[in-house]
Design a protein around this ligand. Structure first.
Ligand code: HEM
Length: 419
């Protein structure tokens, strides 16, 4: 049975900070897989919990379901809802929040840097970075894994791709945390969550606009230069807002998601020592292991759409203008799509997960994320064979990003190995 508390939990960032969200999703899939929540936000919203229905929504991109009409994230409180104007969240101004022709043109303009061939070039430099990061913590025998390891590789790679100067990396990190986790007391810098979020977006978007203007017309090959010189809709350059929102979108995409998959993946390998041992002994399992880490961690818990037409899913009538929230984290544990969905299984193959969504808006950074996760785990398996938890883990308060804020680990101290 679904209770009022279950509905409250779906929008409550602090419920997600307790870590185990899957009991709720399991009950929802069974009791009411296409569920309407009314009375918590000013607007009601549909929740899609099953794998098959997630396909239906993702396949209907641009025709039935829009990314650009509102935000792709469900507001986490009435206060945040009231303070969310679609244009402030980049609607119709950035790739992830656009539809149809504008989306296609944005995607064409940014795609080349994320194709497998382009990503391959980060194999060498990425591994060097991983070794440097691990070498800093290895001699100590313990560290706080999220901030000292998991965050650093994605941050270094995306900032390097965008040619963001080293002295600004910490600022980018702080702005991403404030924009994506404004309910979390640790990241709150203004009087309210909404004010924290809006202030962070404003500052980050402003930074990207200024940098793009400096690079426009030049022959830079970094991602901010690519954005600055991109042309869409018959050949026009991007507006200032498009420059700023697309720039910050890549910083968020590059940073916040991958670190959560890396940290969540290590947590699960520690909890399942048999799987960790198997992976260490048989590296050919790395490919399915990375996919299982992505499924298991579902770093982007949901993707929200706005219905463009009246339609029906599983007999429920969705009206034009309704919000439809696809819970990727629930679809990824659907009993009808996965055998033993609550078992973390590094040999699972095929693994038809929605960690990167599906269809038109399939994650542009998927190849990069897979590379980063693989590089980190290859080296951890070699250099921290005895890794274990060294205290309580702490989860982020967010119903959009599911991830760890802190994870203390310990291991037998070792001398730096990179030299
Ligand atoms: C484990 C890591 C990652 C996960 C779980 C993830 C997840 C997702 C998901 C679920 C979407 C669809 C959002 C929606 O349509 O509402 C998405 C889109 C996107 N992601 Fe990722 N992502 C990851 C890493 C990255 C990285 C490393 C980058 C880039 C540096 C990136 C850039 C993007 C972009 C640009 C889009 C928009 C694509 C479009 O709308 O056409 N992501 N990602």
């Amino acid at each position: 049975m679904i209770t009022h508390q279950d509905d409250i939990n779906l929008t409550d960032a602090h419920f997600f900070a307790k870590g185990d969200i899957h009991d709720l999703f399991r009950r929802m899939r069974q009791a009411d897989p296409v569920h309407w929540t009314q009375g918590l936000l000013k607007r009601g919203f549909w929740s899609i919990f099953k794998h098959e229905d997630a396909y239906t929504v993702y396949r209907g991109a641009s025709e039935y379901f829009s990314n650009g009409k509102f935000s792709v994230g469900l507001p986490s409180s009435p206060e945040v809802e009231a303070a969310t104007k679609p244009e402030m969240m980049g609607s119709n101004r950035m790739l992830v929040a656009s539809d149809g022709e504008l989306h296609r043109d944005f995607r064409k303009a940014f795609n080349s840097m994320f194709l497998p061939r382009a990503i391959k070039q980060y194999e060498g430099s990425g591994r060097k970075l991983v070794l440097e990061i691990l070498d800093e913590v290895l001699p100590r025998g313990r560290c706080e894994f999220v901030n000292e390891v998991a965050t650093r590789l994605p941050m270094a790679i995306i900032c390097d791709m965008m040619a963001i100067p080293r002295q600004d990396w910490q600022l980018m990190f702080d702005l991403v945390n404030q924009a994506m986790g404004p309910e979390d007391p640790e990241y709150k810098v203004a009087e309210s969550a909404a004010a924290t979020r809006n202030q962070a977006w404003g500052q980050a978007v402003g930074y990207c606009i200024r940098t793009c203007h400096e690079r426009r017309g030049g022959n830079g090959t970094d991602l901010l230069s690519v954005i600055a010189n991109a042309r869409v809709l018959g050949g026009r350059l991007l507006t200032d807002e498009e420059l700023g929102y697309n720039g910050f979108m890549f910083i968020i995409g590059g940073l916040d998601t991958t670190r959560n998959s890396i940290a969540g993946g290590l947590l699960e390998l520690i909890r399942n020592p048999d799987q960790m041992r198997r992976l260490r002994q048989d590296r050919s399992l790395m490919r399915p292991a990375v996919e299982e880490i992505l499924r298991w961690t579902s770093a982007i818990t949901h993707s929200m759409r706005t219905a463009l037409k009246d339609t029906e899913i599983r007999g429920r009538k969705i009206r034009e203008g309704d919000w439809v929230v696809v819970w990727n984290a629930s679809a990824n544990r659907d009993e009808d799509a996965f055998v033993n969905p609550d078992r973390f299984d590094i040999t699972r193959d095929p693994n038809d997960h929605f960690a990167f969504a599906y269809g038109e808006h399939f994650c542009l950074g998927a190849h990069l994320a897979r590379l980063e996760i693989r590089l980190i785990f290859e080296e951890i398996l070699d250099r921290m064979p005895d890794v274990e938890l060294d205290g309580e883990v702490e989860w982020l308060a967010s119903n959009l990003l599911h991830g760890l804020k802190r994870m203390p680990i310990k291991f037998i101290p070792r001398r730096a190995a990179a030299a």
